[in-house]
Design a protein around this ligand. Sequence first.
Ligand code: CDP
Length: 673
Amino acid sequence: MSESFVVKPFCSPAQGVAQVPGSKSITNRALILAALADGETLLRGALFSRDTEILITSLRELGFSVEANKILHTIKVVGLGGKIPAKEAKLHVGNAGTAARFLTAFLTLSENGKYFLDGDAAMRQRPMAGLINALRSSDNFAYDNHGKETLSFPFTLITSGYLKNCEVDASASSQLLSALLMILPLSSGAKVLMSSSTVSEPFVQMTEKMCAQFGRPITQVNPGEWRCENPGSFVSPGIYDIEPDATAASYFIALPALSGKNSCVRVSGYNPKGLQGDTAFAGVAQTCGAVLNNEGNALVINHWPEIKGGTFDFNNFSDTFLTLATLATLANQPTTIKNIGHTRKQETDRVLAMATELERLGIKTQPTAKELRADDSLSSLTIFPDREALKVASAQKPVSIHTYEDHRMAMSFGILGSFDLWGDGRPWIEILDPKCTSKTFPLFFSALESLRTQFVSVAVDGGAACGKSSTSRTLSEKLGFLHIDTGAHYRSLTQVLLQSFVNPEDTQAVNNSLSKIKLSTIISGNSAFLALNNKVLSEAELRSAVVNASVSQFAAIPEVRTFILAYQRNQVLVAQQNGFAGLIMEGRDIGSVVLPHATVRIYLEADASARNQRRKDEGIVDSIVQRDKIDSSRTAAPLICAPGAIRIDNTHLSLSEVVDKIEKLILEAGRIS
Ligand code: CDP
């Protein structure tokens, strides 16, 4: 994947099983607990991402045997009951908060150890003080490169090998507390006191439950005071199954809100009553209009009829607030997300990042990005939905969304970009640095792509009598696609304008006549016909000599083209809603203007003499050379071979040869099997 990713909107319903990876929080806790257990543990359904790889690498650096199988999603860890083989090591924790905090506490179990720990620039800014301070009381000290005690990365940690009673300020991150709780059972008689309130109860509960799953329950004997009644090294459960990541699942709970009717997405292994606090997002989504079903071991999400705004407290499952924040731009009323101040110190200042990028899309927020920049105590965000603003912002080209090395920014805006804002499949969001999803979900964009039902659009352009209609009609019958002849659109309008005696040079008269026309579609067999004021003109009317003689003049009028363009683009939706697997649209400007993002774009051509002969054989009076001249030289959407379109010269090819050729190209595009 390159430096940016242009998100392709879903023009057809999202359907299928979302490939959601294992939870990062559970994988990294399980790695630590398995390493602290006696004997071997096989972790199944593990996540392989930058953060978990960092912890795996670190454990290996420290002398542990860790065997990872990325294909099977398993990790085999040989635990040493609280012993750490290496007394010295250099560890790099990247920007992985869990690895940073968990390892720092874990290392203090090593007597007389000396470990150098560093992280990415962003990690150096992230809170460690609460944990380092708590460990000091057990004679573990962190020194900077000048030998002075420090409370942040990078540092050299001199360790004592034990944990006595300690007091931790976990107000900046619950991981500071979780890190201590996971070594508590190995520290006989010690207690952990929390001097603050914690920002995220559910993560602390996850740690408690997992310690119990590994045989050493820890209990909160008094509010904010933890002990392990039955201390000792952890007990391997043998096999440990990791739940799919509930935060990652939030993107797929959201997707059917904006991927159209008949969307149906499934997340296997999702347990709303499992270890992860972020499953609470499913409840919020339901309040916002999501249609959810728990089917045994899977969550099934159907199309949301409406996205409802409202006020929500995300304190306990704040990783998912970005998912709702992006959806909120399309809601029926403003959405307020409260109590997310602590996310301002995560991968990036998430509240500020979200407000900044929403503003880039033309969306108003309260507080504004400027206000957030000026006051870092602000802890909620209101988003004012505005589809028109989204269109204004993306009218010229897709809006480039900055992701600030934050995987959740990339994924939540990736979902928003899946919405077909323009109704014609035109992309409107580009994600910068999409690879940042590797932190927790390296294959996020592939997982999203695999839910796309495979609607195919084919654009066929070419000059008069080059065989577009017969080719397109045959192909659509063969493939079950909807055929749309845009030449007939211009012919219909020409016929009506001629009947009203409108002079093509009189723009006002043209506009006046057009304003009285109502457009609709009648589908018969595999073809869509344009009806003007509910009437479809006959083939004889459309192909009369007088229409042949004037159609190119009327088709060259910019007002006429603008008048019909939105209708033409909307045929994609018409085809989908009527259950066609694809659409073939033929004309002069389909690949260049009407459907520039079509799956396959073809430019048909043939010798002038062959084309003249074809018309003669049909017994039609038509000056095709004259029409081609006007069509190619006009300024508005001229007849061209669009850049990237495939040229096929059919002078010496039979109809079935051309059809086979295009069918092969469609198959090669990998869209249908
Ligand atoms: O059947 P033939 O190829 O001769 O013509 P058509 O497809 O029925 O189109 C009739 C005329 O409509 C063309 O000569 C163009 O002037 C106009 N047209 C256009 O401008 N843009 C299109 N996408 C399709 C047709």
